[in-house]
Design a protein around this ligand. Structure first.
Ligand code: PMP
Length: 397
């Protein structure tokens, strides 16, 4: 049982120490209990934790930070979870286009509402169309397009353009295995959605720390709306929807008062303590820290690929920047069909061996680098990874 964390380390109740490569379910880009974030929260708590008014200084400061960094964001609204943010983005897209269906990639996870969770094959058996407890009609307005298959996705978007409001996609499909989109795939989605009057929404709840301006800056593709969460709260709950002004304006009351065209509510959305934590977190997430995390991420991916080759195993790593996925499949895993070739049991066994060595990550073989981790710890992790292979009975010829 885990008791506490500091920087890149976690301690359990028995005093055992683990290198944390899971980071609060991918929320703690500066590691645990960061001193600057703690100070910012303390200062804000002494002023007001929760204000409940549209004008509050931390709200404006955070909005400025996001508008300055993220190419697609001209205006922003805060929520408390990634699910909330995605639901708001879908509502905006439907209101803006007057259409009702949403396309999303096969295998993509975007949150836990009924509509978002139907058919998410990484969580449920792919043929289970109606997970228990989810209303049967929840998936009626969702269309699943193939991931990383530009021609296949384009054809489906053309066939359904008349009732598609938006494409909701992660630029790197994360929970399914840290699978980066090809540039061509995202370029095509942008061109086709523009042509057909469909909005493009990037879910950057996880991918935002891939680059200073999010994964969209890395790819050079500007979506219409972007959703953010996890990292932007510095470990406290906050999320956001941002995007083109004319779409975001649907959340504003008219010039003469009255209700906004699109209604969304969130009591804790924009909670001041969370925003203070988020501001402190973003202020120290610099281009240099991204470059350093990318270097460490590349070192891990390169070394795992090399171990696969040296040991003659179908082991390889995927991902971008600080996001790393480990796979065991004869083909490189790039999309949902190749993900089905992945031997998850082999990956799980490596994870368990790493846990025993004092490393902590998601059991599905997904790892994150933070700014709190150093080269020495990463080298220690890579040696432990090789020892894990030997413990499991593999040997280099
Ligand atoms: N989008 C993505 C890509 C996610 O990974 C998650 C959660 N892991 C969400 C949305 C939902 O975020 P939350 O759990 O804060 O609702």
């Amino acid at each position: 049982m885990i008791e506490r964390g500091k920087g890149c380390w976690l301690w359990d109740v028995d005093g055992n120490r683990y290198l944390d490569l899971r980071l609060g379910d991918w929320t703690l880009i500066h590691g645990h209990s960061d001193d600057d974030i703690r100070r910012a929260v303390d200062t804000q708590m002494a002023k007001a934790a929760q204000i409940g008014a549209p004008e509050w200084d931390v709200g404006y400061r955070m909005a400025d930070l996001l508008c300055d960094r993220v190419p697609s964001i001209e205006k922003v609204r805060f929520f408390a979870s990634g699910t909330d943010a995605n639901l708001c983005a879908l509502r905006l897209a439907r209101a803006f286009t007057g259409k009702s269906r949403i396309a999303r990639s096969v295998g993509g996870y975007h949150g836990t509402s009924d509509e978002l969770i139907v058919g998410v094959s990484v969580l449920r058996p792919p043929d289970e169309l109606h997970p228990p407890g989810v209303v049967r009609e929840a998936g009626n307005n969702m269309l699943q397009i193939p991931y990383n298959d530009a021609d296949g996705a384009e054809q489906m978007l053309r066939d359904h353009a008349h009732d598609l409001a938006a494409v909701l996609i992660e630029p790197v499909m994360t929970a399914a295995g840290m699978l980066e989109s090809s540039h061509e795939y995202l370029r095509r989605l942008r061109a086709v959605t523009d042509e057909l009057g469909i909005l493009l929404i990037f879910d950057e709840v996880v991918t935002f720390p891939v680059a200073y301006g999010g994964a969209q800056a890395h790819y050079g593709i500007v979506p219409d709306l972007t959703t953010l969460g996890k990292t932007i709260g510095g470990g406290l709950p906050v999320s956001a929807v941002g995007g083109r002004r004319e779409i975001m304006d649907l959340l504003e009351p008219g010039a003469h008062g009255g209700s906004a065209p699109v209604t969304v509510m969130s009591t804790f959305g924009g909670n001041s303590a969370s925003l203070a934590a988020g501001i402190a977190c973003l202020e120290k997430l610099t281009p240099e820290s991204h470059a350093r995390m990318n270097r460490l991420g590349n070192r891990i991916r390169g070394r795992i690929d090399e171990l696969g080759t040296r040991y003659g195993l179908p082991l390889h790593a995927t991902g971008l920047g600080h996001l790393i996925g480990v796979h065991w499949a004869d083909e490189r895993v790039v999309d949902e069909p190749s993900l089905r070739l992945d031997d998850r049991e082999k990956v799980l066994n490596i994870n368990l061996a790493l846990n025993n060595e004092g490393y902590y990550q998601t059991f599905t073989g997904l790892f994150l680098v933070s700014t709190a981790v150093g080269e020495q710890e990463i080298d220690g992790f890579l040696h432990a990874f090789e020892r894990a292979l030997r413990t499991l009975g593999y040997a280099a010829p």
